[in-house]
Structure formats: structure tokens, C-alpha cells
Design a protein around this ligand. Structure first.
Ligand SMILES: NC(=O)c1ccc[n+]([C@@H]2O[C@H](COP(=O)([O-])OP(=O)(O)OC[C@H]3O[C@@H](n4cnc5c(N)ncnc54)[C@H](O)[C@@H]3O)[C@@H](O)[C@H]2O)c1
Ligand SMILES: [Fe+2]
Length: 387
């Protein structure tokens, strides 16, 4: 067996309704002053209304930073760090989608009293040093899995994103409470759910670090996600299905945290960078075309995943035929969820495809994990196929 290493969040609490106990969980960790990092949508939809009163009841001080934007820029991270320092925060809670959770990770690190590094010092893999504040994550989308990954993604320029990857960013607790996701709009539900499926698929075919634990998690994640996505898109208030999606996204996050994602994400990132297409939708737009490209070498693995996605709909066949059914079914998830399925429908101008392909080549951190090598010309052909 190939040697491997596996790390994840120490505690996962999977229970609908559990967010009302958040203050209690902070107090158990010895914190008096807490900074909760979120975005304006979360406060607007009242998702904190039943959570915040618990802090006063538990005798804790809580400040809410609710200015996180999707694909958070550096300035937002720095503003949240400054607030944490002013408050002398002893614990950080990320409460929201991947954007809020990613900012919370960086705040926990950079607002630690002993931290001597700035944001610019820690981009890349393994550059963060020292310690961080205790960090609890409460996802309100079933998507990124950021609650169990050692990664935070920041928008660094007009169109560029950079990642901080460090074991220090792995949170202490992931709290999975489906009640917070009951009102998630259908389009966000679909896009974030497909993002999570991509995490499971790319972990399963990850070239360098594929490992038996990630495989196990990816398979169960895909079963849960594919089995419940239609239900949550069309009946968002189904609590059972919402809890299954949160768990599925969390398991997929654990899988790809240890067997990293690849070309689907590498080709998706420039779409977010240039056109602010949400992360999940960017992935969904290129997904069938990247899998079609990879099939030449990855069909045996895709064939293993096909039954988990198609269930009883799967018709027996060769690896290539099973892969084809998998790809069609994944494309159909987007179509029947009402998401755009072509780049042209998502507002991408055709004359930008060359620029997208050259930008995708910059994502070597991800491309090295792809089962098949991707050249710039092949990336362009994939974007053209997706157009
Ligand atoms: N750290 C990682 O491992 C990792 C992995 C993949 C992506 N990411 C990053 O995560 C971000 C994307 O995260 P995301 O897809 O979760 O979206 P998001 O956090 O950007 O949120 C998208 C929108 O959904 C709204 N929303 C969230 N939960 C809601 C709810 N329960 N009800 C109503 N509205 C709600 C938010 O207000 C926001 O407007 C990107 O910045 C991406 O780069 C990180
Ligand atoms: Fe993703």
C-alpha cells in the first residue's frame, strides 16, 4: 500500500438544531470573548437570531463581523483581524458558507496574540507558523467542506485568488445543523451541492495523494449528495435531506483535504476570478467536459463511482459506458436544478476563452493532482466544449 497521511477536524457535531448551543460550546473551550465571522446575507435572513442570545445567557461576550463578501478579498480579512484584535478575541467562529469560514480561519491565525506574520507571509503551502485561536465552524451551505479543510482562499487582485494551506487552519469543531440551511435558495443549494460532489469525485481520482480513507469518505459523500440533491433543490425545507447534504459535503471535504482536487477546480477558478460566477456554478459548468477529457485514463475509477450517483438508473456496461452515464447524470443535475449549463449562458464572452485557458495553467497546485495531464491547448478545448 502507498504510504499516506490523513488529518481532519477533531470534532464533528452532526445534529439539526444544535446551533442554539453554540455559546455553550465556546464556553466549554474556556473562551470569554468570541468573534463570530459571517456575511450580511446570514444576518439579513435571521440565521443568528436564535444563536446570539445564548452568548449572554452563557456569560460570554460576542462580537459579530458580518461584512464578508463572496470570494473574500484581502481587505475583508484584514478588517476582521483588526476587529478580533480590538476585542481581544479568545475564540473565532466561522458562520456561513465557504467565504465566511475561510475568513474565520485566517482571523484565528492572524489575530492570535503571538502571531508575527502578515497575510502576505502565509500564502502557499505550509508557510503559517505558531498557533491560532480556537476555531469553531458552522457551515450554512452544503458545499465547500471548509469546516474540515486546512485551506483558506482569498481574492488577491482584480481576478486572482490565492490559497493559504496549513494544518494550523484545520478547525477544532464542525457543527452541522441542517436547520440553518432550510432557507438556502434553490440555485445556491444546487451549485454548492455540485461543488461538494466535485470534491468527492476529484478526491477519488486524485493523482498523487489518493488514499483508502479519502476513497471511503468520497464514496459515502457522493452517495449522500447524489441521493439528496434533487430533494433539497425542489423541497428545501426537508430537514432530513438537508442534514444528509451537510454530512455529505463534510465527508467530501475530509476526502479532498487529504487527496486534493484537480482540473475541474483549476478550470473553475478563472471563471470566478473574471466573471464572479459563484464557485459551485463555475465547477458545474466545466465538470462534464473535464470528466470527458479525463475519461481516457480515469474511466475505471469513474465507473466505480457511477452506481453511487445513478443508483438503480444505472445500466450495466463497460467502464467507458458507465463513465458516460455518470457524466450525463452530473450534467443533468445542473439542468434540472435550473442552473445555466453553458459558459455562454453564464455571461462568458467567447473571446475570453484563451485568457481563461492561460489563467487555468497558473493553477499548477491543483493540476498536478489531475489524473490526466492538461496542456493550455487542451484547457482551451475544454472551455470551447463548455461554451
Ligand atoms: N476552504 C476550502 O476548502 C474551500 C473549498 C472550496 C471553496 N472555497 C471558497 O468558498 C467560497 C464559496 O463558498 P460557498 O459556495 O459556500 O458560498 P459563500 O460563502 O460565498 O456564500 C454564497 C451566498 O450564499 C448565502 N448563504 C449562505 N448560507 C445561506 C443560508 N443558509 N441561507 C441563505 N443564504 C445563504 C450567503 O449570504 C452568500 O450570499 C469561495 O470563496 C471559495 O473560494 C473554500
Ligand atoms: Fe470547491
Amino acid at each position: 500500500m502507498q504510504p499516506f497521511s490523513f488529518a481532519t477536524t477533531a470534532q464533528i457535531l452532526c445534529e439539526s438544531g444544535s446551533a442554539v448551543r453554540l455559546a455553550e460550546l465556546c464556553r466549554e473551550r474556556g473562551a470569554q470573548r468570541v468573534l463570530l465571522v459571517t456575511d450580511p446575507g446570514i444576518t439579513h435572513f435571521g440565521l443568528l437570531d436564535e444563536v446570539l442570545p445564548g452568548f449572554a445567557a452563557a456569560g460570554l461576550t460576542v462580537a459579530v463581523y458580518d461584512r464578508v463578501q463572496a470570494d473574500p478579498p484581502e481587505a475583508i480579512v484584514l478588517e476582521a483581524v483588526a476587529l478580533a484584535r480590538t476585542l481581544d478575541a479568545e475564540l473565532v467562529v466561522g458562520f456561513g458558507g465557504g467565504s465566511s469560514m475561510d475568513v474565520a480561519k485566517l482571523v484565528a491565525l492572524l489575530a492570535h496574540p503571538e502571531c508575527r506574520q502578515g497575510l502576505a507571509d502565509i500564502y502557499g503551502v505550509g508557510n503559517a507558523r505558531g498557533r491560532r485561536l480556537p476555531l469553531l465552524q458552522v457551515p450554512t451551505t452544503a458545499g465547500t467542506g471548509s469546516e474540515v479543510t486546512p485551506i483558506a482562499i482569498v481574492t488577491t487582485g482584480e481576478t486572482t485568488k490565492m490559497g493559504v494551506v496549513s494544518p494550523l487552519l484545520l478547525p477544532d469543531l464542525a457543527l452541522l445543523d441542517a436547520d440553518l440551511t432550510l432557507g438556502l435558495p434553490a440555485a445556491v443549494t444546487a451549485a454548492t451541492g455540485i461543488d461538494a460532489m466535485v470534491h468527492a469525485i476529484e478526491a477519488y481520482t486524485s493523482k498523487l495523494k489518493k488514499n483508502p480513507l479519502s476513497d471511503l469518505l468520497a464514496r459515502e459523500a457522493l452517495r449522500l449528495l447524489a441521493g439528496n440533491l434533487d430533494t433539497v433543490v425542489h423541497n428545501g425545507r426537508n430537514r432530513e435531506a438537508r442534514q444528509a447534504m451537510l454530512l455529505g459535503a463534510c465527508l467530501a471535504g475530509q476526502a479532498f483535504a487529504n487527496a486534493p482536487v484537480a482540473a475541474v477546480h483549476a478550470l473553475a477558478y478563472p471563471l470566478g476570478g473574471h466573471f464572479h460566477i459563484p464557485h459551485g456554478l463555475s465547477n458545474a459548468l466545466v465538470l462534464p467536459h473535464v470528466l470527458g477529457f479525463n475519461a481516457e485514463v480515469a474511466a475505471p475509477l469513474y465507473a466505480e463511482l457511477a452506481p453511487l450517483v445513478l443508483g438503480s438508473k444505472l445500466k450495466p456496461g463497460s467502464d467507458a459506458q458507465l463513465t458516460e452515464q455518470l457524466i450525463l447524470e452530473l450534467a443533468d443535475f445542473s439542468a434540472r436544478s435550473g442552473l445555466p449549463t453553458r459558459l455562454r449562458e453564464a455571461g462568458v464572452p467567447q473571446d475570453m476563452l484563451g485568457k481563461l485557458a492561460s489563467d487555468a495553467m497558473l493553477q499548477q497546485r491543483l493540476l498536478v493532482n489531475n489524473p490526466r495531464e492538461v496542456s493550455e491547448a487542451q484547457a482551451l478545448a475544454i472551455y470551447q466544449a463548455a461554451y
